[in-house]
Design a protein around this ligand. Structure first.
Ligand SMILES: N[C@@H](CCC(=O)N[C@@H](CS)C(=O)NCC(=O)O)C(=O)O
Length: 218
């Protein structure tokens, strides 16, 4: 089977979401760099793959996809086995719970995390001053999300239930960068969240992708 292509650097959290799924299922893949400095992501070649001019884009033969969570679901569906079933499709209740916590990750967790990341890392890199008010407001939003996670993870080992799913894995990219920021101590108030993250970050697939992030994130 030919290797699938992931367009975009492993420095980008939305790219790494896809990479960790490929690693979990043991699929062959090739990372195709998209040169942001040369604005290749806004060029016609890349826009044909992702009309929003963003990464990731993904290609498997004639199939071209964008949106990291949709790509991740495709990868996990295509390579689903009895051992690796990270969407729990086939069980309407479990898969609905995976969907719920995927939405929470995308709409509540990631938005707050990304705002902090953008102000702390991206704005200074673009020559702008980090907006401390935006950071503070989003740390407060994040704490509210973490309160919900702590309660959930007190009842269940993972977010969607007592089984690992994409809903858990999808959290690792932004969290990885957050753990390297001065605000990481926020997590200390959440022992169940910390235990859940420790288990997540010990997975070989996550470790492998973190090594790729380190190479690409300068
Ligand atoms: N919802 C999209 C978001 C993709 C996204 O925001 N990608 C960022 C990098 S992490 C990007 O390409 N930004 C460049 C731009 O928006 O021009 C996904 O999950 O794939």
């Amino acid at each position: 089977m030919a290797a699938v292509k992931v367009f975009g650097s492993a420095a980008f959290t939305n790219v790494t979401r896809v990479l960790v799924c490929l690693e979990e299922v043991g699929a062959e893949y090739e990372i195709v760099q998209v040169d942001f400095h040369a604005r290749e992501h806004k060029g016609s070649g890349h826009l044909a793959r992702n009309p929003f001019g963003q990464v990731p884009a993904f290609q498997d033969g004639d199939l071209v996809l964008f949106q990291s969570r949709a790509i991740s679901r495709y990868v996990l569906r295509k390579h689903k086995t009895d051992e690796v079933n990270l969407l729990r499709e086939g069980d309407p209740e479990e898969s609905a719970l995976v969907d719920v916590w995927m939405d929470v990750e995308a709409l509540n967790f990631d938005t707050a995390m990304h705002a902090v990341f953008y102000q702390h890392r991206v704005a200074p890199a673009l020559g702008r001053t980090a907006d401390e008010k935006i950071i503070g407001d989003n740390i407060e939003k994040l704490k509210k999300v973490l309160d919900v996670y702590e309660a959930r993870l007190t009842k269940h080992r993972y977010l969607a239930g007592d089984f690992l799913s994409l809903a858990d894995l999808s959290h690792f990219p932004e969290t990885h960068y957050f753990m390297g920021m001065p605000y990481a101590a926020v997590l200390d108030a959440y022992p169940r969240v910390r235990a859940w993250l420790k288990e997540l970050f010990a997975r070989p697939a996550v470790k492998k992708v973190i090594s790729l992030m380190a190479k690409d994130f300068q």
